[in-house]
Design a protein around this ligand. Structure first.
Ligand code: PMP
Length: 363
């Protein structure tokens, strides 16, 4: 696709494609790392009642600062990591962590500024950089998809990035960062370090969150989302924890009333059901570990995963495998380094369907 010549779009966008995984209507969808378990009836009822109450006030703009929601998010994070000791002034929320990260580059990136990350990683970062006219630099992860701390520090010292994105657990590899490597980057980086923890709730026992480092490093930002563990991808709610002064700087670039009353009511209601929504996370972690073991039994190479998806391979022609799975009603993701495919963790019966199709396709 190319934007027609008569459309006066920015030249560097003319040949770009809109981002997006294929949305194909097949019975087993394991391609966008969604939670296969929807919210419970009780959570759905609470969301519906809260949205109804919000609807009666829709003639008014929402709370621009989303203060009540940010208070609830701060309490959730502090319950998980008491050392973080957060309050609403240190939490920010927007329409998905996608918007949170775009706001970060609007405020901290921009013309003449640089953002840096380590590939393979989340494919949206370079797009936020492009959209905000921020120079983009990509270092490389090691073969095991971890970060080479010495090489990372050398790159940071050479490039002096204004924003570094670290992703832990990383998408599409599932790799959680070694805390010593996160620390090395934080000590070397002259600007903001964003640790994207979209999949943090799925991490394995003993893997720490970067939230523990917030007190020590005032230029650390930890982003989270309700799209994955909270089964709220359709609700569009992402958030971050940071120093209150960093949050205040972000408030300068946010659109007025960016977070609708309906979104705020939905997210707050979901947070009231945290225990029951997160109960599914344990089941998903168990299914993930069982899936990894099963893929290894089938002689695939499998990247260790702390997330709700698994990268596996190698495939000589991954597109052909991906297509053959789609033809059998199973949609996974053609992403990551060449020769690998990524499967999101579904219910046990969805994983059975995936394995049945995979066996047909690869035998
Ligand atoms: N960060 C990572 C690493 C992701 O994989 C995703 C979504 N796939 C996001 C951020 C954005 O998620 P959302 O906008 O739904 O919060």
């Amino acid at each position: 696709m190319s934007v027609p010549d008569w459309v006066p779009v920015r030249e560097e966008l003319r040949d770009e494609e809109p981002y997006g995984a294929p949305q194909i209507d097949v019975p087993v969808r394991l391609n966008t790392n969604e939670n296969p378990y929807g919210p419970s009836e009780a959570a759905a009822d609470d969301i519906a009642a809260s949205v109804r109450a919000a609807a009666l006030g829709l003639n008014r703009y929402p709370d621009r600062e989303a203060w009540s929601l940010r208070t609830a998010l701060a309490a959730y994070l502090t319950a998980e990591v008491p050392a973080a000791d957060l309050d609403a002034s240190r939490v920010w929320a927007a329409n998905g962590s996608n918007e949170v990260m775009q706001q970060i580059l609007q405020a901290f990136g921009g013309p003449g500024r640089t953002a840096l990350s380590f590939a393979p990683t989340y494919s949206m970062y370079p797009e936020y950089a492009r959209n905000t006219h921020t120079r983009w630099v990509a270092g490389q992860r090691r073969e095991d998809f971890g970060i080479d701390a010495a090489a990372a520090v050398a790159l940071i010292e050479a490039e002096r990035p204004d924003v570094v994105f670290l992703t832990s657990p990383n998408n599409p590899t599932g790799t959680a960062l070694d805390p010593a490597h996160t620390r090395a980057v934080l000590e070397a980086a002259p600007g903001l370090v964003v640790v994207d923890e979209a999949y943090a709730e799925f991490r394995r026992e003993g893997t720490p969150s970067a939230l523990e480092l917030l007190e020590e490093f005032p230029r650390l930002v930890v982003t989270r989302t309700m799209s994955k563990a909270f089964a709220l991808a359709g609700g569009r709610l992402g958030y971050l924890a940071a120093h209150a002064d960093v949050v205040d700087a972000l408030r300068i670039v946010r659109l007025p009333y960016h977070l609708s009353s309906v979104t705020q009511a939905t997210a707050e209601a979901a947070l009231r059901h945290t225990d029951e929504l997160l109960a599914q996370v344990d089941a998903l972690r168990a299914t993930r570990d069982a899936t990894a073991a099963r893929l290894r039994e089938h002689r695939f190479t499998v990247a260790d995963s702390d997330a709700n998806f698994i990268l596996f391979g190698p495939f000589d022609d991954r597109h052909a495998t991906w297509q053959a799975l789609v033809d059998r009603g199973v949609l996974i993701r053609e992403t990551g380094p060449l020769g690998w495919l990524r499967v999101s963790i579904g219910t046990p019966s969805e994983m059975d369907a995936f394995f049945t199709a995979l066996k047909e396709v690869t035998s």
